[in-house]
Write a protein that binds this ligand. Sequence first.
Ligand SMILES: Nc1nc2c(ncn2[C@@H]2O[C@H](COP(=O)(O)OP(=O)(O)OP(=O)(O)O)[C@@H](O)[C@H]2O)c(=O)[nH]1
Ligand SMILES: [Mg+2]
Length: 164
Amino acid sequence: MDIPKVLVIGHEYSGKTSIIKRLMGFANISNILNIHYIPTIGVEASPVFIQNNAYCLWDVAGRDNFSVLTDFYYENTQKVLIVCDATNGASFDKADKLITDLCANPAYSNLTKIIVINKTESELEYLCDIHKLNEFLSKYVHLQFLKVSAKTGDGIEALKNTIA
Ligand SMILES: Nc1nc2c(ncn2[C@@H]2O[C@H](COP(=O)(O)OP(=O)(O)OP(=O)(O)O)[C@@H](O)[C@H]2O)c(=O)[nH]1
Ligand SMILES: [Mg+2]
């Protein structure tokens, strides 16, 4: 049986790799957060175990010049996590474009699309873009969304339940 495939996409620096490390169970915070940010190049696939079941998380580079995201990557995908950075309004624009493109393609209409808002531990920074965040979420009320922090681990258990 094929291992369920979950694609993780979103703006550069939004925390996709950090979230996946959390999901993989890295307990040491320095292993989770790249203090010196290391952008993902291309795509990295990682196994994640949730409730004794294996899932393959595909971590897609957010930087346009490092990304190889093509239709090929959506093949046999069950779920897509669209990651936003709560402290960066540009990440909502990127997510908006990604979701619009996905919804416009009939081949992807059955994909489960889940919005993940990361870096929500710092309310002060996060409030800078609260209007943009609310505007974005109100556009996609029909999609599931979760607020997480790869830094503190908040929301990661809920995210696991959503993936499972
Ligand atoms: N404050 C805060 N910083 C975070 C959080 N998650 C990730 N970061 C930081 O954000 C930066 C980018 O994180 P990455 O996980 O590398 O981001 P990415 O989305 O994989 O980036 P690309 O691979 O370029 O697409 C790193 O310096 C992380 O330490 C979080 O929840 N809170
Ligand atoms: Mg990355």
